[in-house]
Design a protein around this ligand. Structure first.
Ligand code: SF4
Length: 184
């Protein structure tokens, strides 16, 4: 029998331990740290409370409580959407950026760099497994914009084929709730 599921379980447990340690260092709960990390990587279609609920599979009530705590601690701000009246975008403050800086994500990236893991192949394998599990659970994929089926580029100008809106370069390296796997 393959050891893969056991290895994934161990990795998951160790990552959760890292997250708990980061959270304790800042007087936060693990979900607070996870939401800050998510918002650092989310694009403008995904820095919304509903997207956080979808990404983590948690209730809107839990998201609302989390946002209230993070806002009260000065770690994020709410910015109204210029086109959609009731919509708010959640942005990290500089204090929020400091909390995620040097945290578990960066430590794991560093460990990967130091190991002999071939990152592109490893990511591809993990992406396939993740997609399979998300399909089985009916969950959104939340992939990287540049790897989306709707991502368009023409003469250096990048655009979303789903919303037909232009995409700033910094948005194209973020994750999106509308992401769709490219068919090859
Ligand atoms: S191209 Fe895809 S990932 Fe990028 S903004 Fe559009 S839907 Fe989202």
């Amino acid at each position: 029998m393959s050891q893969t599921s056991l290895l994934l379980e161990r990795l998951g447990a160790l990552i959760q331990q890292f997250v708990r340690e980061d959270a304790a260092r800042h007087g936060l709960l693990p979900i607070h740290i996870q939401v800050l990390h998510y918002l650092k990587r989310a694009n403008r279609y995904s820095d919304l409370p509903i997207a956080i609920a979808e990404y983590f599979g948690i209730t809107r009530g839990t998201v609302s409580q989390t946002i209230t705590v993070l806002e009260r601690k000065g770690l994020l701000t709410k910015e109204p959407d210029a086109q959609h009246g009731k919509r708010v975008h959640l942005k990290l403050t500089s204090a929020g950026e400091s909390v995620v800086s040097g945290s578990w994500c960066e430590r794991i990236e560093q460990m990967l760099c130091e190991s002999a893991v071939e990152t592109a192949a490893f990511e591809s394998t993990l992406r396939k497994l993740l997609s399979t599990m998300q399909r089985a659970n009916g969950r959104r994929a939340f992939g990287l914009c540049r790897q989306c089926a709707h991502f368009l580029t023409d003469k250096g100008v990048t655009r979303c084929g789903l919303t037909h809106e232009p995409l700033a370069t910094e948005q194209t390296v973020r994750i999106c709730r509308e992401w769709t796997a490219a068919t090859s």
